[in-house]
Design a binder for this molecule. Sequence first.
Ligand code: V47
Ligand code: SF4
Length: 370
Amino acid sequence: MIQDIILSKNFTEFQKGIVHKIHNKERLSREEGIELFSFDLGTLGILASYVNKQKNQDKVYFNKNFHIEPTNICIYDCTFCSYHRKINEAGSWEYSIDDILEKVKAYINSEVTEIHIVGGVHPNRDIHYYGEMIQKIKEILPDIHIKAFTAVELDFMIKKARLSTKEGLLRLKEYGLDSIPGGGAEIFEPEIRKKVCHEKSTAEQWLEIHETAHNVGIPSNATMLYGHLENHQHRIQHLFKLRELQDKTNGFNTFIPLKFKMANNPLSHLGEVNTFEDLKMFAVSRIFLDNFDHIKAYWPMLGKDVSQITLSFGVDDIDGTIDDSTKIYSMAGAKDQKPTMTTKELIELIKTSGKRPVERDTVYNVVKEY
Ligand code: V47
Ligand code: SF4
């Protein structure tokens, strides 16, 4: 297969060396990672599928989850964000714990295995508030997995409580926190980070929170926001940092490239990258992150059609049924304004791409094969 690719293309010696390395399961350097972006899309699809097949065969994972966004009030002002508001500003919301528990009660006796909770960094809420929230959710749904709070939300609430990162995470674990989602990573490169989210936690703080979480037995996800001011070099540097941490802890479940959506934010003038670039990003991530088992396409952001195509570019997970309103992407102009997908639709989407649907829990234990 690999020989066929090489013979059919006009590759440079450097590029041929990269193809051989991928075939032999050798790790790519940063320079080689950057070079991958200059490969044609067809080749990248074949190479990423080759890597994915070694790890996941023809399985495509999904889970049954719902999202809660407790508030969009945020002390920060990230320039790519369409979602945040100040206190009392039009369009802001802040649910009380009782409001949230009412939403949760709708899932008693359902097949949902995970709640995903993220929101803005509210100035008046603290670790005890959020701790009580997750404790009470577990009183209603004792078996549910709670994946909650980006590293940026955690950084704020833990510092506010004057705890060390380890103490804060252990406190939240006692309250019922099971894992951490990947948000807040944006782009680690300091020059770009300064321009898109200059006030919030630094790359080092994000990485430190995830490393500490892994060390106290809290797994997490990783993300990267792409398609704004960054270039390919910045993207590979971001992936390199994640790969380095994964070597140390093996605590990341999956990597999720998040495509910048342009509506209603100060970076709208940049527009959005095209589907070609999306598919390249997924394929390069799959090839470069050799120590990540899973690459996830978050379908509410990409749309159902593009998400399905990513399954031929190294992706083995398309998140969940998301049976609730997640507003981060709909407010930024995502295609599916009301992002829900039934299990039947998800299974159909996976099967028509020639793959095998597998329902998983948050940490990739198999719940059901279809
Ligand atoms: O950190 C905000 C992104 C993230 C925009 O771990 C935007 O399973 C694109 O953490 N265009 C939060 N992206 C969402 C998040 C997440 C999402 C899906 C799955 C998981 C997981 C985690 O949303 C933020 C930021 O990177 N975001 N605004 C925008 N305009
Ligand atoms: Fe706040 Fe998150 Fe929006 Fe940044 S991306 S302004 S931290 S809600």
